[in-house]
Design a protein around this ligand. Structure first.
Ligand code: SF4
Length: 238
């Protein structure tokens, strides 16, 4: 099967979810911890039927489905099947996306409850993170954010902090005018990475990350830190 289904109580805050990891992505983040998913493969009728059966047989056990990857919006026509099944059964739907697909987001937004969008770096500095990225990254991500914030869908933006790729001033810059409901800074983990040289990079100290967040100036209502040592912590509310 080209989709990896996993059960998790962490991917949709406060809910038990079936997480569907779809293949393919149009970025190549050096720290990507799902490099096995980056090969773009079509979803088959068989994939879709298997997932529909998985959802059906675990309906009583889950509150939500999470569309993750990879980049799920590369398969927007296929994931509409999962979204319809979830909505028909009163399940919540969360989308994890890199934010580079506003047109596809628009196609499904009315059925989404929660979007977690990666903001990899300041929008004109994606070269720090990925060797490939669209030349109009800023426009695409801004359009996606505006679309979500004009809807009733909850938007969390999140950044993985890799020392050596990002600096504290990058976090300050990218959060300054960011419009979202919640922002999470994620601690880089060096166990599995697309660029194997990153396995030599140290995982940043949570106290260092907390200090970065305490010093940012932003109007985002909720600021959080996610680390191996302390889990998902609220740092401040604005
Ligand atoms: S956007 Fe996500 S799935 Fe795509 S390369 Fe980056 S980390 Fe990996």
């Amino acid at each position: 099967m080209n989709i990896q289904p996993t059960y998790s109580s962490l991917d949709y805050p406060g809910k038990m979810a079936l997480v569907l990891f779809t293949p393919g992505c149009n970025l190549r983040c050096k720290y990507c911890h799902n490099p096995q998913l980056l090969k773009n493969q079509q979803l088959t009728r068989w994939d879709i039927e298997e997932i529909e059966e998985e959802v059906e047989s675990n309906m009583d056990f889950i509150d939500a489905i999470v569309l993750s990857g990879g980049e799920p919006l590369l398969h927007v026509d296929d994931i509409k099947n999962f979204i319809k099944q979830a909505k028909d059964n009163d399940l919540l739907v969360k989308l994890d996306t890199n934010g580079l697909h506003p047109d596809e987001t628009r196609e499904i937004i009315r059925d989404l409850d929660y979007v977690a969008m990666d903001i990899k770096a300041p929008l004109d500095k994606y070269y720090k993170i990925s060797d490939v990225y669209p030349s109009n990254t800023r426009e695409l991500i801004t359009e996606t954010i505006n679309l979500i914030m004009d809807s009733d869908v909850y938007l969390e933006c999140r950044t993985t902090y890799v020392p050596g790729l990002l600096e504290p001033k990058d976090v300050a810059e990218l959060t300054r005018d960011l419009n979202c409901n919640r922002y999470t800074l994620q601690q880089f983990r060096n166990r599995v990475t697309l660029d194997s040289s990153l396995s030599n990079y140290e995982e940043p100290n949570p106290e260092f990350l907390r200090e970065i967040l305490e010093n940012i100036e932003t109007k985002i209502p909720e600021i959080r830190l996610k680390s191996r040592q302390f889990g998902n912590q609220l740092i401040k509310r604005n």
